[in-house]
Each structure stands twice: as structure tokens, then as C-alpha cells.
Design a protein around this ligand. Structure first.
Ligand SMILES: *[C@@H]1O[C@H](CO)[C@@H](O)[C@H](O)[C@H]1NC(C)=O
Ligand SMILES: *[C@@H]1O[C@H](CO)[C@@H](O)[C@H](O)[C@H]1NC(C)=O
Ligand SMILES: *[C@@H]1O[C@H](CO)[C@@H](O)[C@H](O)[C@H]1NC(C)=O
Ligand SMILES: *[C@@H]1O[C@H](CO)[C@@H](O)[C@H](O)[C@H]1NC(C)=O
Ligand SMILES: *[C@@H]1O[C@H](CO)[C@@H](O)[C@H](O)[C@H]1NC(C)=O
Length: 549
């Protein structure tokens, strides 16, 4: 993996800057450029660039950015992460203290860490400190369970700065865990396909491990409580949630809360429908449970985490907002880019797929603005493909086109936070794989975090030097976004701008910076697939260069 070219090396130090940039309002520019070099990447299809004479000439695009006022300002934690409760099932929860995982997560902080997913509504909290040891014959489970206690006794090194528990797990234990997780993966997939989930016990100690991970990594935990515990009259039975709240308050865990996951699916998953106004009342009940607990009296509450806004789902949101619109701190929905349509890497480059969210955003905004104008909207649980993803597809370089465009488009449309499903779990939608190796989307996210700040700027394509050929969409396949550079990045002075450009064309495109951007010092970050597998690659090449226009 040769991705992380250290930023300080890539940036010229202040005394090597060209004189023009010593002006107080110096404007820097970092280009995050995606080029789909499918030709060199072993794609067997003929390449239009070399074969079609008309396309040999590169299209020149003139680009300017409006720097007067940001068009949007999104959350400081805009790019955030999710962990799925399935990690209790497959055993990875016990390895969240792994130094490598914590280090990788720290790279993406500050961010929210949402603990939620399909199994949220099957979670049962049990305040057991010492769950029974696993009995029975030898097998990964037996060794892992007994080993777990050894970690706590001997292997945990206390991180002195933050008092968090970090462990270095021996390779043999990780090997056993991967073996166990592979077996569990099949069980989890079966549940997903049949849409029937078994109950999951969350012990107090598991909650400790989860919180320890979030806290050590500089992530703020959002815990989604089980909403499917219902009284005979269909109101929420909060007794189990209350015991969880009391436990976490006793440990002074700083957590924000949600109730339920995709409530629009309850009828098919559980045979029990919950309508929007009922769910709204349940949220109000949750708020009244939190208020008397000192540490949670002002805790944030997010919801209702609806699925794709079809008609019945919008009706649910409408009922919810009417009752609980003012109770939640942000309105949330979630999205899975549909599966069937992504079967090969080139599918990730389809503009229709990239644009599926625009319509959804409008629908959600319409309802939210009816009841609580200006209320923040979050997209949670974004996955690129469903059912755990596909090997060599959703974990490939190509998936990055969709991920980066999601980030660009959503910030541009004023969505406050985007939560990626998931940071780490079974399947192939994660940022970090089960060998604790970061995948292309991790590096993309890291670069995004480092360079991109919350202020979104308007981009102007000032002109195309040559008229595009009829039938050829130039701009649609060139996605251009601009933000003020993250001001926590000390390699750039305030007033710096970061542009990121996604090139979905099969050819190179030439971009000229005009207007305000003219004659500025440019740092270019170029991300390309690395190795023989091309777009399928799980590694990427990352070049940094400085250019003065
Ligand atoms: C709520 O659930 C708990 C535990 O399952 C049960 O003991 C209690 O009776 C329920 N409360 C109501 C009002 O049904
Ligand atoms: C529903 O049942 C619960 C528990 O039995 C009760 O506390 C609550 O007041 C009931 N709600 C309504 C609207 O009847
Ligand atoms: C809890 O976390 C939130 C979000 O990071 C922060 O704003 C708040 O100050 C924290 N509360 C306490 C009591 O530390
Ligand atoms: C929503 O569900 C509750 C409880 O099941 C029911 O009492 C209420 O009439 C429903 N409201 C609407 C608008 O359907
Ligand atoms: C994924 O790619 C690797 C490396 O090219 C290959 O060894 C493996 O068989 C592929 N797996 C699938 C399921 O295609």
C-alpha cells in the first residue's frame, strides 16, 4: 500500500513558496483528481481515446469558484462512521481495542460513530458483567472466549494520555477470529436474505468495549436503541432501554441517542407496523427518560432513520415530524445504492447511479421544511451495495467514485452529516478489512477529512473551450466540488480552497483554473488505481505535486 504520502513532505514549506503566495489572502488549491484510466487498467474494451480521432483533442474546461460566501456550511463531523451491531454476533466487537483499528479510526476523527443497523431492533441489553465462559470442545469460539479474559488481565496497555484500553492481539488469535467470523458471516447473510433476525445480547461489558473504542478514537458515539419492544397497545416498552441508559450514565458515557432503525420495515421484519405518529410519541418518551438523567439531560436525539423515501415512507416521516419534529436534533434517513444495478466495476461510474440521491433529498427536505424549517438532515448508513457488499467490487478502487461523489453532492445540497456503513465489519462495504488493512475508500475518506472543511463553495464552469460533440455529456461526467480547506490542516493557510474533481470519462480532461483561481499555487493529489487489476484494485496510487499556474 503506497497511499499515504505524508502531507508535510508534499507541501512546500512556507519559505519555499513562490513570492506570489506570500500575500495575506493567499489562495491554495488542492486537486483531488480521479481519472478513470481503464485502458491501462486491463479493461479489454477498445478505448475511445486512442481509436476515435475526433476525441483525441482534450476538452478544456475553465473553472472558477465563488469565494465570497459559502453556499452551505455542513457539520464539522460531516463524514462520519457506522458500526453494525452484527459485530457482536461475529465476535469482532471483542477486537475493537486493537491498536491498529483504533489508530485507523483516529485518522478519521472528529466524527460520529453510529452504532446501528438492521439488528438494532433485535438488541437486548443485559447488565451482566461476567457472562458465562464458553464451554464445549475446542473451536475458535472456545479459545476466543477464554482468551478474552487474558487480554483484560495482561495484554491491555493503558494509553496514558486518554486512559483508553488498547490491545495488541497475537496473530494466532486474529487468525482464529477471522475463521470464526467467516462462519458467522454465512449465518448473518442468511438472516439478511430471509429478512429474519435473531436476538442479540449486548452485555454491559460489550457496551464498555464499544464506548472504549469510540472514546479512544476521538469519535462521538450515537447509540440506536431497540424500538421494537412494544406494549400490547403498540407503544414503546422502554424498560430495557432504561436499564441501558442507567448503566451508561453510571459510567459517565457521553452518548447521543436514536430509537430504531428503518421503522418502515417493521411490518415485513417483525410483522408489526409502527406508524409515524406512534414513533414520534416514542421519541418524546425517550426524551422524557433522558431528561432526569443528569449526563443525558441535554443529550442529542436523532431520527427516525427511515429507508428510501417511497410514498408510504414519506407518510411515516410526515406523521413523525408532526409529533416529534421539534424533539429530534436532526432528521435522518438512510440509503443503500441498489445492489442489482452494481454488478461490475464500471457500474460505479454510471451517472444515473450517482444521481439517485438528488431526488430523495428533495422529498425529505419538503417534509422537514413543512414542520421544522431549517432543521438539519442527515444521511445515515450509506452503503454502496447491499447485503454486505461484494468481494472485489464494493471494496475496490471503483467504489470510490460513488463514495466521493456522495460526499460532494450531499454537502452541496446541504445535508449536514453523512454516516458511512461501515467502518469495519463482515462483508465488503467497510473502510477497513478483516486483516485490519484500510481499503481505497478509507484512504479517500482520510484525504477528504484532512483537506475538506465544512464550508461549501459554488463552482462555476466558466466555459468549454470547444463545443462538446453532440450526444457527449462532458460536465455530467465531470463532477467538480469546492470547499474551504479544512482549517485544522496546518499545511494550508486560512483562505485556502480545496477542489475535488471526479472524472468519469474514459479519457483525460484538461482543466484550466480561471478567475479567482488563476495564477494560484496548486497542490495536486491524484488518486489512481494501482497494479494489474485496474478499477478492481484494492490499492491505489496517490501522487502529490505542486504546480504554479
Ligand atoms: C415491558 O417489558 C418488560 C420486560 O420485557 C416487562 O417486564 C414489562 O412488563 C413490560 N411492560 C409493559 C407495560 O408491558
Ligand atoms: C399503552 O400501554 C402502556 C403500558 O401498558 C401504558 O403505560 C400507556 O399509557 C398506554 N398508552 C395509551 C395511549 O393507552
Ligand atoms: C458530549 O459530547 C458532545 C459531542 O462531542 C460534546 O459537545 C459535549 O460537550 C460532551 N459532553 C460532555 C459532558 O462532555
Ligand atoms: C398509529 O398507531 C397507533 C398505535 O398503533 C394508533 O393508535 C393510531 O391511531 C395510529 N395513527 C394513525 C394516524 O394511523
Ligand atoms: C478477488 O480478487 C482476488 C485478486 O485478484 C482474487 O484472488 C479473488 O479470487 C477474487 N475474488 C472473487 C470472489 O472474485
Amino acid at each position: 500500500m503506497r497511499v499515504l504520502c505524508a502531507f508535510p513532505e508534499a507541501m512546500p514549506s512556507s519559505n519555499s513558496r513562490p513570492p506570489s503566495c506570500l500575500a495575506p489572502v493567499a489562495l491554495f488549491l488542492a486537486l483531488l483528481l480521479h481519472l478513470s484510466l481503464s485502458s491501462q487498467a486491463g479493461d479489454r474494451r477498445p478505448l475511445p481515446v486512442d481509436r476515435a480521432p475526433g476525441l483525441k483533442e482534450k476538452t478544456l474546461i475553465l473553472l472558477d469558484v465563488s469565494t465570497k460566501n459559502p453556499v452551505r456550511t455542513v457539520n464539522e463531523n460531516f463524514l462520519s462512521l457506522q458500526l453494525d451491531p452484527s459485530i457482536i454476533h461475529d465476535g469482532w466487537l471483542d477486537f475493537l481495542s486493537s491498536k491498529r483499528l483504533v489508530t485507523l479510526a483516529r485518522g478519521l476523527s472528529p466524527a460520529f460513530l453510529r452504532f446501528g443497523g438492521k439488528r438494532t431492533d433485535f438488541l437486548q441489553f443485559q447488565n451482566l458483567r461476567n457472562p458465562a465462559k464458553s464451554r464445549g470442545g475446542p473451536g475458535p469460539d472456545y479459545y476466543l472466549k477464554n482468551y478474552e479474559d487474558d487480554i483484560v488481565r495482561s495484554d491491555v496497555a493503558l494509553d496514558k494520555q486518554k486512559g483508553c484500553k488498547i490491545a495488541q492481539h497475537p496473530d494466532v488469535m486474529l487468525e482464529l477470529q477471522r475463521e470464526k467470523a467467516a462462519q458467522m458471516h454465512l449465518v448473518l447473510l442468511k438472516e439478511q436474505f430471509s429478512n429474519t433476525y435473531s436476538n442479540l445480547i449486548l452485555t454491559a461489558r460489550s457496551l464498555d468495549k464499544l464506548y472504549n473504542f469510540a472514546d479512544c478514537s476521538g469519535l462521538h458515539l450515537i447509540f440506536a436503541l431497540n424500538a421494537l419492544r412494544r406494549n400490547p397497545n403498540n407503544s414503546w416498552n422502554s424498560s430495557s432501554a432504561l436499564s441501558l441508559l442507567k448503566y451508561s450514565a453510571s459510567k459517565k458515557y457521553n452518548i447521543s441517542w436514536e430509537l430504531g432503525n428503518e421503522p418502515n420495515n417493521y411490518r415485513t421484519m417483525h410483522g408489526r407496523a409502527v406508524n409515524g405518529s406512534q414513533l414520534g410519541k416514542d421519541y418524546i418518551q425517550l426524551k422524557s427518560l433522558l431528561q432526569p438523567i443528569r449526563i443525558y439531560s441535554r443529550a442529542s436525539l436523532y431520527g427516525p432513520n427511515i429507508g428510501r423515501p417511497r410514498k408510504n415512507v414519506i407518510a411515516l416521516l410526515d406523521g413523525f415530524m408532526k409529533v416529534a419534529g421539534s424533539t429530534v436534533d436532526a432528521v435522518t434517513w438512510q440509503h443503500c445504492y441498489i445492489d442489482g444495478r452494481v454488478v461490475k466495476v464500471m457500474d460505479f461510474l454510471k451517472t444515473r447511479l450517482l444521481d439517485t440521491l438528488s431526488d430523495q433529498i428533495r422529498k425529505i427536505q419538503k417534509v422537514v421544511n413543512t414542520y421544522t424549517p431549517g432543521k438539519k438532515i442527515w444521511l445515515e448508513g450509506v452503503v454502496t451495495t447491499s447485503a454486505g457488499g461484494t468481494n472485489n467490487l464494493s471494496d475496490s478502487y471503483a467504489a470510490g467514485f460513488l463514495w466521493l461523489n456522495t460526499l460532494g453532492m450531499l454537502a452541496n445540497q446541504g445535508i449536514d452529516v453523512v454516516i458511512r456503513h461501515s467502518f469495519f465489519d463482515h462483508g465488503y462495504n467497510h473502510l477497513v478489512d478483516q486483516n485490519f488493512n484500510p481499503l481505497p475508500d478509507y484512504w479517500l475518506s482520510l484525504l477528504y477529512k484532512r483537506l475538506i472543511g465544512p464550508k461549501v463553495l459554488a463552482v462555476h464552469v466558466a466555459g468549454l473551450q470547444r463545443k462538446p460533440r453532440p450526444g457527449r455529456v462532458i460536465r455530467d461526467k465531470l463532477r467538480i466540488y469546492a470547499h474551504c480547506t479544512n482549517h485544522h490542516n496546518h499545511n494550508y493557510v486560512r483562505g485556502s480552497i480545496t477542489l475535488f474533481i471526479i472524472n468519469l470519462h474514459r479519457s483525460r480532461k484538461k482543466i484550466k483554473l480561471a478567475g479567482t483561481l488563476r495564477d494560484k499555487l496548486v497542490h495536486q493529489y491524484l488518486l489512481q488505481p494501482y497494479g494489474q487489476e485496474g478499477l478492481k484494485s484494492k490499492t491505489q496510487r496517490y501522487q502529490c505535486s505542486g504546480i504554479t499556474q
